[in-house]
Design a protein around this ligand. Structure first.
Ligand code: HEM
Length: 449
């Protein structure tokens, strides 16, 4: 059975890719400011560029995940989407938030905490939009949790926990929290850590669906291993904040649990993808080969990030790496290498379901995808190199000027490879973007949802 066209899903994809392209532009400009400190300083300082970049790329993850869920739920439930009106309202509010936040940042209007730097009143709109999304999801799927595949659990958990954590992330507004620095930092990082867990649930759920769809093996998402992975993810979502709060005197037990869980989660995901690849070759060697290939690359990125995550989670190492670009390598390595690639596999799968399997698998796409991955590897290594170099400079008690001179070659590699990552994503996503744009602008008569 084929996946049917979804207008809300299509427009979420269009918004997601547009958001990513603009976010990447700011990322590339921010990268240039590493090597040209005076560049755009007056009009667009790094203090503005960084939040613009981070907000837009995270918006890409949420919108692409929402688009995938809108596409998948009528297919998995066998029902029409509960309410197209609610979905349209969801898109409209999401668009208003996007424009409001971006213009606000341009005008220097901040007011929130790191990663959610927009004024807190915008959160009200985010919550309203999310509730509309949740109503559509739960009423359409009407999950009977005894028998549903693991991705329904993942999406349900992701939806619920985003709602909880976006509220939790505003607790600093209350005097009980902002009057006590330890409580304040702990709650802030706990909320942000769990929010990452909630988007991982949405992204991993869609990746699990992709694996089932292209192998035709329903067992993948009903296996004990898949549910074990889900429960690890859930525990990670609840406890992973332990490794964000080194500076806070929190319980040693919570930290140990959180490190173990987050590492095991990635390992199991890599193992699930490995089994999926074996099944793919056995069952259906040619179906949706492009999505299969993207998931395979994501597996390599999972393993690479796992090595880095395990290293920086060792307290003795984290003591040095904390606050260096190794943390940025971890954040961008996982959000690009894992989240973005897994979402891309969904977008490609859906686009090819709409226009014909194999239609996007052109030599152009292939070359662009390899170019993207090589650039990303250099980009990621330059950030790790920057972090190591800074640690050595601090250890050798270098002056600030000496340290900057030492870091400069890494800055250069970072900014050039960053531009290449930007180009790589642009080249890879352009055919997908055009496909969804055509679908979005086509007459809506064929839209079943
Ligand atoms: C899908 C693509 C991307 C995603 C999802 C992404 C995500 C992120 C995230 C989550 C952060 C915050 C890191 C932290 O707080 O530790 C960040 C920071 C940053 N990113 Fe990206 N990024 C992407 C692509 C790029 C590209 C292509 C460039 C180009 C150079 C870039 C440049 C930067 C810069 C300059 C920062 C600020 C680092 C700092 O604070 O010194 N990003 N990005």
């Amino acid at each position: 059975m084929k996946i049917s066209k979804s207008i809300p899903g299509t427009w979420f994809f269009i918004m997601a890719i547009s958001s990513l392209f603009i976010g990447l532009l700011f990322g590339a400009l921010g990268g240039l400011q590493y090597v040209l400190p005076g560049f755009l300083k007056e009009a667009l300082s790094f203090q503005k560029i960084r939040p613009l970049h981070v907000y837009l790329v995270i918006n890409w993850i949420f919108c692409a995940a929402a688009g995938a869920v809108y596409y998948y739920i009528p297919y998995v439930s066998g029902r029409k989407l509960y309410s197209t009106l609610l979905a349209k309202l969801h898109i409209l509010i999401q668009l208003i938030i996007l424009i409001w936040v971006v213009t606000g940042f341009f005008m220097g209007r901040f007011g929130g905490r790191e990663y959610l730097e927009f004024p807190p009143y915008i959160v009200v709109l985010i919550i309203v939009a999310w509730i509309l999304f949740m109503i559509n999801f739960f009423v359409t799927v009407r999950p009977s949790f005894k028998e549903v595949p693991v991705y329904i659990w993942s999406w349900s958990t992701g939806l619920l926990f985003f709602l909880i954590t976006i509220c939790e992330a505003q607790l600093w507004l209350l005097p009980h929290f902002n009057n006590n620095i330890i409580r304040d930092i702990t709650v802030q990082w706990k909320a942000m850590g769990s929010m990452v867990g909630s988007w991982n649930m949405l992204v991993y759920g869609s990746a699990m669906f992709v694996m089932e769809k292209i192998t035709g093996d329903k067992g993948i998402n009903r296996s004990k291993k898949a549910f074990f992975f889900y429960f690890l993810g859930l525990t990670n979502l609840l406890f992973n904040w332990g490794h964000h709060t080194y500076i806070v005197p929190s319980s040693e037990l919570v930290r140990t649990i959180s490190y173990t869980i987050s590492m095991t989660e990635l390992l199991i995901l890599a193992n699930i993808i490995y089994s999926f690849r074996k099944t793919y070759f056995k069952t259906n060697p040619h179906k949706h080969f492009l999505s299969f290939r993207i998931v395979t690359y994501a597996e390599a990125w999972i393993l690479l990030n796992l090595v880095l995550s395990i290293s920086i989670s060792v307290p003795a190492i984290n003591f040095y790496t904390h606050g260096t670009h190794i943390t940025v390598a971890h954040a961008m390595g996982t959000t690009i290498g894992i989240n973005t690639l897994l979402l891309l596999s969904s977008l490609v799968l859906i686009a090819e379901e709409m226009i014909g399997d194999g239609k996007l698998f052109t030599p152009y796409f292939n070359r662009s995808f390899i170019f993207l991955n090589i650039s990303l590897l250099v980009f990621w290594l330059s950030l790790v190199g920057m972090g190591i170099c800074k640690i050595i400079a601090v250890h050798e008690k270098n002056s600030f000027t000496e340290m900057m001179a030492r870091l400069y070659p890494y800055f250069q590699v970072f900014s050039i490879s960053g531009i290449f990552v930007f180009l790589g994503l642009l080249l890879v996503l352009m055919p997908v973007f055009k496909t969804f744009l055509k679908l979005g602008l086509a007459k809506q008569s064929s839209d079943p949802s």
